[in-house]
Design a binder for this molecule. Sequence first.
Ligand SMILES: Nc1ncnc2c1ncn2[C@@H]1O[C@@H]2COP(=O)(O)O[C@H]2[C@H]1O
Length: 800
Amino acid sequence: MRINVGNTDISRSMLHHRKSSLALTPEEEPLDINRGPNETKYGLISPTPKHHLKLLLVFAHPDPVCDSLSKAADKLGFEITTSNTNIGALDEYQAKSHDLVIVDTRAKNFDNDLLCRSIRNTKGSQHTVIIAIVRKSAFERDDVTIASLLESGFNRCLIETTNVLVCVNELIVLKHCDLRTMAQHATCQAMYTALDKCRDLVIVTDDSYKFQYMNAACERQLGLRQEDTIGKTLQEQLVYDTVQINTMGSSLLRAREWSGPMTLKRKSTQETIVSNCRAVPFSCAGRMPTHFILVFDTNSIDPSNLSQSRGSIHSIRRGSTDVRSIGSDYLRRTSLAKLNALPLEAPITKIVGLIDQIRENVGSNGQLVQLIDKVEDILKGSELYVSHVKEDFRMKTDEPVVSDLITALLSKAPQPTVTASSRRSSNDSSVFRPSRTGLIKVPAAIRDLLDTALMWEFDIFKLEDLTRKRPLQHLGMNLFNHFDVCGALNCDERTLSNWLTVIEANYHAENSYHNSTHAADVMQATAGFLEKERMKSIMEPLDEATSLIAAAAHDLDHPGKSSAFLTNSNNPLAILYNDVTVLESHHAAMTFKLTLGDERVNIFKNLDRDTYKLARHNVIDMILATEMTKHFEHLAKFVNVFCTRSSVGSEIGDQSEDYAPILTAENTTLVKRMMIKCSDVSNPTRPLRLCVEWARRIAEEYFQQTDDEKARGLPVVMPMFDRQCCSIPKSQIGFVDYIINDMFEAWNAFIDMPELLTYMRQNYIRWKEFDEQNHTTLNDIQKLQATILAPSITSSIKSD
Ligand SMILES: Nc1ncnc2c1ncn2[C@@H]1O[C@@H]2COP(=O)(O)O[C@H]2[C@H]1O
């Protein structure tokens, strides 16, 4: 077969070659025949490749029509033979194998049917075009003449004409349409002959892996007959390992070549053989592949890999009955490939596209291709960060209390095992009762304390005392005023104050940790962050307002038990939210239920529809971001955008120009999520006295949960948080090691508050000391608080 390398191809390939610095001249370089499947050139295979096209004119009575055709054929360079009898014509044809035969069928005493059938019975005549000359009336009368001529083997009928130009025209059409098609048929036949003679195994399937063709080598090697396989799928007939076919399919369906090892099974012996396969997608119509061509390299067939098929019932059935294997996976990949053709583009689709390009360029390195496939599969997963971190974590920790805590924080809720119990209706306290005092008059002591409301060392517990456990009301109003939330929401101070009253009333004062003091603390931290230059440069007034609102409401109506507890106890909230993000969903929903439920507390009532939608979205998004099972996901996304080399560069004094990432709305959302997360768990980064009190409170709440779980016969979510044996310092060390440290390193790199890290590290050292000194239980910690951590001793906390 001659490979058609036209001028353009040569020049393109030469240009390509010059990229190589080793070759001196284009001639010395190997020919680039690396074409895509649909760029394959047709060979010029025809029965008479080197000659002029041969024409046989069969006219019983030469006449002007015959003359005209003869003249026209001569003009076009045909090699012409004429004959006026059947026998003579057949002899001529058998001697010369003409490309084109034109028979005059108008004469009554001429058996053109016999002639045509005789020519068609001659070997090789399938590549010959046979034309019948008919009277004009044959078309006009709508009789059976035309149909019976075609049935005899004529390719088509031409109306008699004596016009030479018309004849030239007809012959040109014949040459470019009919004769070229015949040549292509001949080429195909040559190709199939070549395929049948080659040693590699070749299979052609349609795009659902149904067999269309297999060559003789394939039939021999695999003990199959082509006719038995037509219409059956590759999986049914050949391929043992469905994972391989799925990997291959994911490339082919995206119109990309694939190569790699493939396991085949032999029908007769049930042996399997491993061979390198090169799979090429092919499109007969449109952009997407309609066929796949699989070539198995016989040189690579490893006889040592010949093995008895695992042919157990299980393995045989996999292909047809296990919905998790071929069927569903194949369909998933098919539809994925179809989705790839849709005009959708997300960053991940761009990444997958780039990976595909890399895959193409690594050529036939099967191992590398498999690694790339694996990378692609991981990237296509929806939980990119979560599961990896969990596995990693379990490997590293050997402290049971830390393992309990971190697993409980990061894991999704377990399956419920015990029937539901009644819970206090959260609606009981949700009714707004107007403040009897009107806008609160702030006592001097509280006012003085609130003057330090934006300091990181702010003493929230003192405010809790001074306000008789209503710190949120006072601190909240102070911060709302400072950040002009009235202006941002176009809302009066009275409504804001009412809102804070209702929100605070719906925190459970009996919770040792998740009460309104925690809400006030988170709001205070958020305000501290909002004060920083970096935040001021990106936050709009509405962002500031909604951040403070989200912080104040983020644990609203918290029952003092974890989501896992609610799930295990079939709590109505777990039922309502299907065990997914139970508490955070409830906090967010409650926030809007309370806010919208009474005009006197509706701080959003003056916003236009779009601004309200935005505000609502901000608040919900931030509250949901406090869910710890998504901790690493949020952290990793933030780090990816804001803690790249260039942005961390500022920490080490390298003020590179590309310091600031682009502030899209999505990136600002990442910042707001990170801000509320850091505020929510900022307690280990506060001065020691505050840090220890928070640790005591959360430990007490955990212990209470464990007590309740035991009392009610529920699964114990954190068995190590048992007030009899738990080491509080160890839990704090683990909490910092696994959750706090990386998060605050990243946050500090962004917001520039080194005091957070300083306090965190100082506290960490103190927890280690407490642990070494065996100050582990709640009692021990309380004794420490009464002695060395008492406010009078630690009032100069900053110098600690
Ligand atoms: N100092 C701490 N020690 C242990 N766990 C904590 C500490 N601070 C916060 N947490 C946990 O981190 C969680 C953050 O989200 P929540 O407020 O819902 O519940 C919080 C606690 O479960």
